[in-house]
Design a protein around this ligand. Sequence first.
Ligand code: AQP
Length: 334
Amino acid sequence: MLDGKKSLFSGMQATGTITLGNYLGALKNWVDIENEYMCFYSVVDLHSITVRQDPKVLRKNARDLLMLYIAAGLDPEKNCIYYQSHVSAHAELAWILNCFTYMGEMNRMTQFKDKSAKHSDNINTGLFTYPVLMAADILLYQADVVPVGIDQKQHLEITRDIAARFNNIYGDVFTIPEMYMGKAGRKIMSLQEPTKKMSKSDTNPNSHILLLDDPAVIMKKFKRAVTDSEGVIAYRDEQPGIKNLIDIYCATTGCTVEAALAEFDGLGYGALKQRVGEAVIAELEPVQQRFRDLSKNKDYINSIIKNNAEKAGYYATKTLRKVQRKVGFPDRIR
Ligand code: AQP
């Protein structure tokens, strides 16, 4: 709760162009709720460097991501869209919360296990304490809800645990956040390995649809999607490739699984892939057009970056100062 209004925080990493998974699992849902909450949507560039980044590429990806938030339909007048690195309270609160988090808790985080396996040459402590920074992100804005994909459930649970632990010691400092699963909040899987989640950092370009992929590329990737040899369109775990295509279709068009199955009845896999590809292209084309328009409007984007960093900084610092007082740091002399 902030200024008497329910608040919300979410973010995405600028580790590449975001995927259809990021869009359907998170961003598309964000647009539905901007009137209900005071919303903070961050480009979480501090999180991005838990994996080694080329500085120039990171800066470009971060700006593109900020513009994609707006292109996807988030109104920058209603939503506070900002870079995490422009609000130093995130890192400061993360440090304090690190001191209220146990090694055993972090050891249980599956994302750390997955990512450290993927980046075995760079298993840094930032990657290990990533969930604590995420807790700081959320708790700084006293978020009532956090709209994230199902893959982030474990991180949200640890955020709640850390907040409750802190509140038990110091009184009611943090709002305990709830996970917000939107209508389309499904886990979208890789098109090449449909038992693995679709990720922007996957090195196989055919595994993911990127939000800025050309329509022809999108269709080509769907045509190459891995399916099975059953030859029947059914929604079941034994056919993860087909199940994923149906999930993508439903999350994109808003239809139910039953309606999709009725629509696809009697179709072959090739025709199914064509239909799903067309639906995704139709969904992404207006987003891509708005992105191109925004890219030409540098001053407008710069003003959003500046104003929103100030707004986020104002609310974040308020919480940080309260926390600093509670743990016993000396008052500032004015
Ligand atoms: N495949 C997915 N299906 C549904 N939701 C997803 N999200 C990510 N992948 C899927 C949701 O997108 C939001 C932002 O994610 P992120 O960028 O912070 O990091 P991530 O979850 O690690 O996403 P990636 O694409 O897998 O990034 P990399 O490759 O850099 O690790 C979150 O709300 C997440 O739930």
